[in-house]
Design a protein around this ligand. Structure first.
Ligand code: C2E
Ligand code: MG
Ligand code: MG
Length: 710
């Protein structure tokens, strides 16, 4: 359809009066219009249907059909463009009734008869122009309606008081049925409580007019949480558009991406990246507040074995179970309830770095001991058997600890140093905990042990040494002394080492305690050399934990140097199980000790693996037959057979033999008969203090002197 702006719009003129018809047609043609004419209503209708006029000028009273009827016909046309074509009615009756009727049947305008020709042209041009403008407007509105219904936002318009002046739900409104008739309501009653003020603050102010501000918020809608974005576009002072968009899907995918980037998929725990970022933030906070924090780096001992023997699926399940237990152990209230940490550990953070490595962040600790206490608790918990896929799995853990600010000023450094400390813990025989700074470890362990002693042993008492003589079978003289640890508790009296050594091993305290025994006993042994008429050997027991400590050999050599005791006089007693735990490391360590001249003895022989063949792999100098065989002598045939066999085999391997726990002369006689070199037991002497041991050595020396004089 041509528009009014084009040069020759087509006008349909219908009038039964031929003169009027001709006059109008001529005038319009003269003004540049194309003109179609009809002499009655039906002809006008047929002509309209056949052609496509842009304007109709209709006489009211015509034969067959009136101008009103033609107009009504036009307005019923199925094509919207044609239906809306402007219709001007020329009425001879200049009365309101016919004007009203003209409008009622859809006329656009009317002119009164007789028609003023010059003004008719202007009138029609004006009608065409305004019709075209209206069409453009309608088209534009159509477009924006289509656009608005396509965008996923619900649109609110509100005034300076927060009162909604208009609302268009559109597609976005589907999720917000409660906004359907919100015009007139206040924003505060429509949006979540905390959101409305934010949005209102973002609404129009002279400074922000035209700026966009957006707020994202969660919204509980019909029992489900949805995420929305609210964008404010201040239009003019006092008037703001608010676009509400459901961004739940975007949020979900953002969360998925976040989970992928920051979550360990196996355990659902934070991963390395998440831990480092949290740690970095906490370090910054601790720096500001001058606080101390600790990073615990935990690695399972022997996890590879679980994987290798039971398969990766079981390994994975074990890790998940470990993670769950760690979460349980580190539940802040739990820790506080157990009085393991003095303050609120709301900030405990846990992550899996990969493999069997976990990290724990302890914020705002008062002393490194707090971290050690948590580490010990974790170790204890990890040691409880895990039930995984119908397997009962027992693992231990090695934990390294780094402390901020002492051990590093950034997240990377702290994690790295905690890792180093963890390796140190592994070297120290696994199943223990080490601080990054070794000197700090010793200091803290000593302090802990002092505190423990204070707590447990009250004022007096504590750790002490006791010595039990080793007797030469032939001359029954004292050939050596075995140092035996004593715990003297004023309340409970002497506590057996069998009872407290496992506890000391557990806590790692056995390392400093063991050093103390060695140092004290070596110094004592040096003094004894002058008291006895012959060299006195010193036997010292080593725990398996000490034996796995890579620092052991260096410590022993240093103590020998300090005390001046000849290495050949020192005999270290180790149990079979200590050797078997980590046979390769044990062999290495034993060779180093042997090279230094120190002799090694297998303690409690016969209670462990008791295989002579494996002994060939170890540089052992002596065996101590366990008391359980000796006690059966002389009557129990099996004990007799076993003792005899052990002694014979030991001799074939050039090992010397000591029998432990001899309580009667009969036992001593049987063992002497089998060729056992040394004896030990209550029959000869009970463990005694250093002073009594010195006296005994002097007596023994005198007896020997008498013997040689006789
Ligand atoms: P062990 O090295 O086999 O020491 C011998 C144990 O037998 C000692 O017990 C000793 O008092 C006891 N005994 C000696 N003769 C007789 C006897 O005729 N009859 C009976 N019934 N018992 C006798 P104690 O002192 O209670 O020590 C128990 C264990 O604790 C030791 O066994 C040793 O394995 C460990 N132990 C002792 N001191 C130390 C130490 O300084 N370091 C380490 N790592 N372990 C130690
Ligand atoms: Mg012993
Ligand atoms: Mg023994």
């Amino acid at each position: 359809m041509a528009t009014a702006e084009t040069s020759a719009p087509t006008v349909l003129v219908a009038d039964d009066d031929a003169t009027t018809r001709l006059l109008i047609a001529a005038t319009l043609r003269g003004a540049g219009f194309q003109v179609l004419v009809a002499s009655d209503g039906i002809e006008a209708i047929e002509l309209f249907d056949r052609t496509d006029p842009e304007l109709l000028v209709l006489d009211v009273e015509m034969p067959r059909a009136s101008g009103y009827e033609v107009c009504s016909h036009v307005r019923k046309h199925p094509d919207a463009g044609r239906r809306n074509v402007p219709v001007v009615i020329a009425t001879g009756m200049d009365d309101t009734v016919s004007v009203n009727t003209a409008y009622e049947c859809g006329a656009t305008d009317f002119v009164s008869k007789p028609v003023n020709m010059p003004s008719l042209v202007h009138r029609l041009r004006y009608v065409l122009r305004s019709h075209a403008a209206m069409q453009r407007l309608l088209a534009a509105e159509d477009r924006s309606r289509a656009m608005l219904s396509a965008i996923p936002d619900a649109i609110l318009q509100f005034d300076a008081h927060g009162v909604v002046t208009a609302y268009r739900g559109g597609q976005g409104g589907a999720r917000l049925p409660h906004l359907a008739n919100c015009a007139g309501s206040n924003l505060a009653d429509l949006l979540p409580e905390v959101v409305a003020p934010l949005i209102f603050a973002n609404s129009v102010t002279p400074a922000t007019a035209g700026e966009r501000k957006s707020v994202e918020f969660a919204w509980l809608l019909e029992g489900r949480w949805a995420h929305f974005e609210a964008r404010c576009v201040p239009k003019a002072i006092g008037e703001t558009y608010l676009f509400l968009r459901d961004i739940s899907e975007r949020k979900e995918s953002e969360e998925r991406i976040h989970r992928l980037a920051y979550c360990d998929s196996l355990t659902g725990m934070p991963n390395r990246q998440a831990f480092l970022e949290t740690l970095e933030r906490e370090v910054a906070r601790a720096t500001q507040a001058s606080q101390m924090l600790a990073v615990l780096f935990m690695d399972l001992d022997g996890f590879k074995r679980v994987n290798d023997t039971l398969g990766h699926a079981v390994g994975d399940h074990l890790l998940q179970t470990v993670a769950a237990r760690l979460k349980q152990v580190l539940r802040p209230r739990d820790l506080v309830a157990r009085d393991l940490v003095p303050r609120d550990l709301e900030q405990t953070k846990l992550a899996r770095l990969g493999g069997d490595e976990f990290t724990i962040l302890l914020t705002d600790i008062a002393r490194p001991e707090d971290a050690i206490a948590v580490a010990q608790r974790v170790r204890e918990e990890i040691k409880r058997p895990f039930s995984v896929d119908s397997h009962e799995i027992v693992v231990s853990s090695s934990i390294g600890v780094s402390i901020f600010p002492d051990d590093g000023d950034g997240a990377m450094a702290l994690v790295k140093h905690a890792d180093t400390a963890m390796y140190h813990a592994k070297e120290r025989g696994r199943d223990n905990c080490q601080l990054y700074s070794a000197s700090l470890t010793t200091r803290v362990v000593q302090r802990v042990s002092r505190e423990k002693r204070r707590r447990q042993a009250h004022e007096r008492g504590g750790v002490g040494g006791s010595y039990q003589p080793l007797i030469g079978t032939v001359d029954r003289a004292v050939v050596g002394m075995e140092a035996l640890l004593r715990w003297n508790d004023p309340q409970h009296g002497l506590i057996s080492p069998a009872e407290f050594i496992p506890v000391a091993e557990e806590s790692g305290l056995i390392i400093p305690i063991g050093e103390w025994v060695l140092r004290t006993a070596c110094a004592q042994a040096v003094r004894w050399q002058s008291d006895a008429a012959r060299p006195v050997r010193l036997a010292v027991n080593l725990s398996s934990v000490q034996f796995r400590d890579v620092g052991l050999v260096a410590t022993i050599l240093a103590i020998l140097r300090e005390s001046g005791l000849a290495p050949q006089l020192l005999e270290l007693e180790v149990t079979e199980s200590a050797l078997m735990d980590d046979a390769d490391a044990a062999i290495l360590r034993m060779h180093e000790l042997e090279a230094a001249g120190v002799r090694l003895a297998i303690d409690d022989f016969g209670t462990g693996y008791s295989s002579m063949s494996y002994l060939k792999r170890f540089p052992v100098g002596a065996l101590k037959i366990d008391r359980s065989f000796v006690s059966g002598l002389p009557d129990d045939a099996e004990s007799v057979a076993i003792s005899r066999a052990i002694i014979a085999m030991a001799h074939s391997m050039k090992l010397s033999v000591t029998a432990e726990g001899i309580e009667t002369e009969e036992q001593a006689a049987v063992l002497a008969g089998f060729g056992c070199e040394n004896m030990q037991g209550y029959h000869f002497a009970r463990p005694m203090n250093a002073g009594r041991a010195t006296e005994l050595l002097r007596e023994s020396a005198r007896a020997l002197l008498r013997l040689s004089a006789a």
